[in-house]
Design a protein around this ligand. Structure first.
Ligand code: GLU
Length: 465
């Protein structure tokens, strides 16, 4: 039975790169009738925060990436890691290292300067019992290092990267347990993957060089080695990993900007994977059906905001109008009578994200209407005719209003009689109603505002022209 996991460290908000990792691990489990597990790797007390754990859980829920087991918290499993450390001590596969972080950092710098790989040289593996005891009694702290360099070449077949080969002899012995007794990432993660029966480890490529260390630990315990799939990173500007300098990077930020969960998931799905279908927006079931981990591209995926926006627009258009009504009301913080089914029908085609709704629809609300401002916009427009003619146009328009729209023929007759350009005339009316050149059709605007409000507004504007 396939068992995959998502194992974020709750040290910040859910990054969209991690959300993609979660999605792929989830899809793979679903595709294979397996189980998807959430594990919070929160042993780093300095950097992990419970709020981040909660936020990650919240974001996964919002994205509909549902886990079958968990959330397991590593901070509640410290006793387990201690037991497994003792087993490694018994097997003589770890040693105590008394080198302080400052010493290590100094040596690292020296190594880098002289062009050598900055890896731990293994010196503490040689300490005698006597020396160790005297260091301990002098109060010196120590970490536990894994005798990784005793292992021969480690080779594995990554689902995406294909064959990967590492030589432990040149990689240094990693710390498994820190001086404060807290297990390091490699240790806790590996023990958990083993105990939780993870069959497929799907994660970001940034962790690729940790994998041989983890495989060695598993070998020490004679545990089965899972399949590994390292997903290429998501790149931002300048082919560098997507980060803050590229703008928004967290799921929460996208949510707050009015991206819909379905859009984000559909977009992430296509980062490095292209499903064999013409259909643009897929349901989660379709995503599961088409998903093939083996076909994920090994080259980095470049984040493209305009593509995400396009997908979001499509998702908004395809959404059920009842659901949209609620979302629109939430984003506009209101349930005023203006936001009704008609409003949804009109504005769902005008926006790429829900947060654009406020600006796109502001003119519909009375507190978004300002006759002085509107008159200024009209006068500045290249469509502005002279004042008298403009007032005449507005008059004809008002007299063409009927209960649920306006009589366009009436306006066209006037245009013809005066020898005007239809574009200019209709643009002036549009500017008067919305103070902008683009937006919903005039008929929709009139219907949304209602003839009475239109009349009143034109009256006020006319005074300001
Ligand atoms: N906790 C690790 C991280 O967030 C990932 C663990 C893993 O997937 O192996 O970077």
């Amino acid at each position: 039975m396939v068992r995959t996991r998502f194992a974020p460290s709750p040290t910040g908000e859910l990054h969209i790169g991690n959300a993609r990792t979660a999605l792929f691990a989830y899809l793979y489990a679903r595709k294979n009738g397996g189980r998807f597990i959430l594990r919070l790797e929160d042993t780093d007390v300095g950097r992990s925060k419970p709020e981040y754990s909660d936020a990650i859980i919240e974001d996964l829920k919002w994205l509909h990436i549902d886990y079958d087991e968990g959330p397991y918290k590593q901070s509640e499993r410290l006793q387990i890691y201690k037991e497994y450390l003792n087993k490694l001590v018994e097997m003589d596969l770890v040693y105590e290292c008394f080198c302080s972080p400052t010493e290590l950092e100094e040596r690292r710098k020296i190594a880098l300067k002289s062009g050598k790989p900055p890896v731990y040289d293994g010196r503490c593996a040689q300490l005698t019992e006597e020396k160790k005891n005297s260091l301990k009694s002098s109060g010196k702290g120590f970490t536990y290092r894994f005798k990784f360099s005793k292992f021969d070449i480690i080779e594995f077949e990554d689902v995406i990267r294909k064959k990967v080969v590492f030589n432990p002899k040149i990689m240094g012995d990693p710390i498994l347990v820190r001086a404060d007794g807290v297990p390091a990432y490699n240790f806790a993660c590996t023990i958990d993957d083993m105990l939780m029966g993870i069959t497929d480890v799907i994660r970001g490529e940034d962790l690729l060089d940790q994998t041989p260390r983890q495989i060695a630990i598993l070998k020490a315990f004679n545990a089965p080695i899972p399949r590994y799939a390292h997903l290429p990173l998501i790149m931002g500007r300048g082919k560098k990993p997507l980060s803050k300098r590229d703008g928004s990077t967290s799921v929460l930020e996208f949510k707050q900007q009015g991206f819909l969960a379905e859009a984000l998931v559909n977009y992430l799905y296509r980062l490095g994977f292209s499903p064999p279908t013409e259909k643009q927006i897929l349901t989660i079931d379709e995503m599961i059906e088409y998903f093939e981990l083996e076909r994920v591209s090994p080259s980095p995926a470049v984040f493209d905001l305009s593509k995400l926006r396009f997908i979001n627009r499509e998702v908004i258009r395809l959404k059920d109008e009842g659901q949209l009504l609620n979302m629109f009301r939430m984003f506009l913080n209101g349930d005023s009578k203006e936001i009704d089914d008609r409003f949804v029908k009109v504005f769902k085609d005008e926006i790429f994200t829900l947060s654009e709704l406020r600006d796109a629809s502001s003119f519909i609300f009375d507190d978004g209407f300002n006759p002085n401002y509107t008159a200024e916009i009209m006068k500045k427009s290249k469509f502005y005719l002279d004042r008298i003619l403009t007032l005449e146009i507005l008059n004809v328009f008002v007299s063409s209003l009927c209960e649920d729209g306006f009589d366009e023929m009436n306006i066209r007759k006037f245009i013809e009689a005066k020898g005007l350009k239809p574009l200019s005339v209709f643009m002036l009316i549009r500017l008067a109603l919305s103070a902008r050149e683009k937006g919903p059709s005039l008929a929709d605007i009139v219907r949304l505002l209602g003839a009475e409000r239109v009349k009143k507004r034109i009256e006020l504007i006319s005074r300001c022209l």
